[in-house]
Design a protein. Structure first.
Length: 129
C-alpha cells in the first residue's frame, strides 16, 4: 500500500474514533434498595429478575437533564413492575456519543419484591393466607 493511502486510512480511523465513542461503567452493587418507604416486617414475595433504566440525551457534550440520576432509574424500575424494593442490585452507566448527539443510560437490574396482600375470612376475621 502506498504511503499516502496508508496515512489517509489512518486519518479516517482517527476521525471516526473521535466522532463516535461509547463506554460502560459499573456504578454500584447494592444489597437492598428502594426509593419509597417499605415495611420490611411484612411478608413479601419474589417477582424474579427485573430491569429498568433512565436515559438522558446529550447535544454536544451538554446533557438535556440531570445526569447520574440513579434514584430515578431505581424509581422507574419499581414503578414499571409495581414492586416495593430490589435486592442484589447492579447499577451500570452507558454513554454513547455520535457526532453532536449522545445518550446517557443508567441501567438497574435486580431481584424485585412485592408485598403479599393479606386476605381475611369475612365471617371470622382471621387471615386466610
Amino acid at each position: 500500500m502506498p504511503k499516502c493511502i496508508e496515512n489517509h486510512v489512518k486519518f479516517k480511523i482517527l476521525l471516526i474514533s473521535l466522532l463516535f465513542y461509547s463506554c460502560t461503567n459499573n456504578l454500584a452493587v447494592l444489597s437492598l434498595v428502594s426509593t419509597q418507604d417499605v415495611d420490611l416486617k411484612s411478608r413479601h414475595e419474589n417477582v424474579g429478575l427485573v430491569k429498568g433504566e433512565h436515559q438522558i440525551p446529550y447535544i454536544w457534550f451538554f446533557p438535556l437533564g440531570e445526569i447520574n440520576k440513579i434514584d430515578k432509574a431505581i424509581d422507574n424500575t419499581l414503578k414499571k413492575y409495581n414492586i416495593d424494593y430490589l435486592t442484589d442490585v447492579n447499577v451500570d452507566h452507558t454513554l454513547v456519543h455520535f457526532y453532536f448527539f449522545g445518550l446517557s443510560t443508567i441501567k438497574v437490574e435486580g431481584v424485585g419484591w412485592k408485598i403479599i396482600e393479606v386476605k381475611y375470612d369475612p365471617l371470622t376475621g382471621e387471615p386466610i393466607n
